[in-house]
Design a binder for this molecule. Structure first.
Ligand code: UD1
Ligand code: CA
Length: 416
């Protein structure tokens, strides 16, 4: 039986945030979501999340996910965190420990760690990497034969040890009973007065147990997030991965560095995404579309095939039928567009009356003139047309095959 423990109780002082660190977004999804998804690759019997700081928020966000939450109060270190799960770990042959603040770890790497652990028949296997700038991370100490004998935290380094470039990623596989038997033996006799999980490695080595290490080649995968700066760096890497996947699926992304596409976005082949376009998690876009530059597609947007969502167009809960076009400067919220609809520049769907959101429907081949305001709830029929600067009041539906106009300019006075 394999169980996963994800550590997510820490305070994260350096984020200077009221929000729990693991709920900060990476490519649009909470950091912890990425870790949970990676953990699932090991097909564990149970995923246990240790929560403390901001526990309520974390439990709420992940309520539908069938995770076991274990509280750690107060937070006395990573070893103390795992200790809280002792009862839940009874009977687990293997225990994987992951950090909630290391979101870029891939399922592939976790599987390799598991293989390495199995092949080495080790009591514990640590996922490590080599960093040019290892400062801040725990360092891996090996004996003459190369086996791991301890992990030393940055603040406990002895002179010379700061040069060690192999670091602890905070990800491990343990033989379950060997781990549990040592949790009680941890002490907080260190610089931070914390119960370090990393000391389990030392205890195992002292007891003559073998500790293996799997060194991850792509060190970006194990970047830990402790500051907003690291958050931004990881977010960028995650978004790049999203863009890479889209490109592999036949999407043209002009200037990927300047596309803000969140995880879980679906885009069809031969669609082009122009720069400075933000596309939120869950948005779906069909084939052969042109999106952006400077478009903002928010949640609930579903775009058909051969569509255009151009510059400074914002959509939210918008279903856009095939061949429909909103070329420039529009807001389309809570709206359904049929096929081959043309949305003129400056069109606003006024979906919010100050209290509630209302829906708008625009039929096939409708032609909405520039500067039209559609006050929801309202419908425009098939081939319905509005003149420039028309205001269509709520519930004053435009029938099929009908042109409406409104608010033409009139002479106010002659100046001379
Ligand atoms: C830890 C490791 C370090 C490693 C680094 C990798 C220890 C002692 N050190 O250091 O060797 O290089 O991760 O990123 O394990 N947490 C709790 N309860 C606590 C303390 C922490 O749940 O009482 C959680 C945090 O929320 C976080 C994770 O454990 O998700 C790691 O804790 P953090 O304080 O960030 O450890 P580091 O100093 O980064
Ligand atoms: Ca950390």
């Amino acid at each position: 039986m394999l169980k996963v423990v994800i550590l997510a109780a820490g305070k994260s002082t350096r984020m200077k945030s009221d929000r729990p660190k693991v709920l900060h977004a990476i490519a649009g999804l909470p950091m912890l979501r990425w870790v949970v998804e990676a953990a699932r690759a090991l097909s564990p019997d149970e995923i246990i999340v240790i929560v403390g700081h901001g526990a309520e928020g974390v439990r709420k966000e992940f309520a539908p996910d069938k995770l076991t939450f274990v509280a750690q109060e107060p937070q006395l270190g990573t070893g103390h965190a795992v200790l809280q799960a002792r009862a839940a770990l009874a009977g687990a042959g293997q225990v994987a420990v992951l950090c909630g603040d290391v979101p870029l770890l891939t399922a592939d790497t976790l599987k390799r760690l598991a293989e390495c652990h199995r092949d080495a028949r080790a009591a514990a296997t640590v996922l490590t990497t080599v960093l040019e700038k290892p400062a801040g991370y725990g360092r891996i100490l090996r004996d003459e034969r190369g086996s791991v004998k301890a992990i030393v935290e940055q603040k406990d380094l002895k002179p010379g040890q700061e040069r060690i470039s192999e670091i602890n990623s905070g990800t491990y596989l343990f033989n379950g009973p060997e781990l549990v038997a040592r949790l009680d033996r941890l002490t907080n006799a260190n610089a931070q007065k914390e119960y370090y999980l990393t000391d389990v490695v030392h205890l195992l080595a002292q007891d003559g147990q073998s500790v293996a290490a799997w060194c991850c080649e792509d060190s970006r995968e194990v970047l830990g997030i402790n500051t907003r700066r690291e958050l931004a760096a990881c977010d960028k890497i995650a978004r790049w991965r999203v863009v890479e996947q889209l490109m592999a699926g036949g999407v043209t992304v002009l200037d990927p560095e300047n596309a803000y596409i969140e995880a879980g976005v679906k885009v069809g082949r031969d669609t082009t995404i122009y720069p400075y376009t933000a596309i939120h998690a869950g948005v779906q876009i069909g084939e052969r579309c042109e999106i952006g530059p400077y478009a903002h597609l928010r949640s609930g947007t579903v775009v058909g095939n051969d569509c255009k969502v151009g510059a400074f167009v914002e959509t939210k809960n918008a279903k856009i039928g095939d061949e429909s076009k909103a070329g420039h400067l529009a807001y389309l919220g809570d709206v359904t567009l049929g096929k081959d609809v043309n949305i003129g520049a400056g069109t606003i769907v006024a979906n919010y009356d100050g209290k509630q959101k209302h829906k708008t429907e625009i039929g096939d081949e409708a032609f909405i003139g520039c500067g039209t305001v559609l006050v929801a709830p309202v419908k425009v029929g098939k081939r319905g047309q509005t003149g420039a600067n028309t205001v269509v009041p709520k519930n004053k539906d435009v029938p099929d095959d009908t042109i409406v106009v409104g608010a033409p300019a009139r002479v106010l006075k002659r100046k001379a």
